[in-house]
Design a binder for this molecule. Sequence first.
Ligand SMILES: Nc1ncnc2c1ncn2[C@@H]1O[C@H](COP(=O)(O)OP(=O)(O)O)[C@@H](O)[C@H]1O
Ligand SMILES: [Mg+2]
Length: 158
Amino acid sequence: MTLERTFLMIKPDGVSRGLVGEIVQRIEQKGYRIAAMKMMTIGPDMARDHYAEHRTKPFFGDLVSFITSGPVVAMVIEGERAVDGIRAMMGRTEPKDSPPGTIRGDLAVNLSRNVVHGSDSQESAKREISLFFHEGEQNDNTRADHAWLYPIQKKKDR
Ligand SMILES: Nc1ncnc2c1ncn2[C@@H]1O[C@H](COP(=O)(O)OP(=O)(O)O)[C@@H](O)[C@H]1O
Ligand SMILES: [Mg+2]
């Protein structure tokens, strides 16, 4: 069992709508560890970097101006298969296709105001984490319930 790190961001709509607590609660209750978290306003250069894969899309300009329009909450989340796990908790990109129980399915109605961003692969996670956080900003603490979240590893598996 290896613990994976992923990047999750509550976008300006989620922060402005007072959904930070709700989203953080879901992450904590699932059993993930928050290794880093900060509230910040992204500048245009960083926004273009973050969304570089979309630079040729027609919605790129709107995406950059929206993501820089107000504070976001950026997080590094750690857990077993956390990249896929967080994507599953988020739902689909389009809120109307996101099932109830997911963040976008429960808390959003519009594609361009879908409350959260999450890394879509381990490579994206590495890139996005290093764009938003210095190594020293990530904490290596252990959750008090770690032993209840994961089976005790036998010596030979270590
Ligand atoms: N066709 C579109 N029109 C407007 N905004 C879009 C469109 N497609 C995606 N977006 C916005 O750009 C963000 C990044 O897109 P994408 O990486 O495809 O989705 P996801 O956030 O689920 O990884 C989406 O979360 C959404 O807010
Ligand atoms: Mg994406």
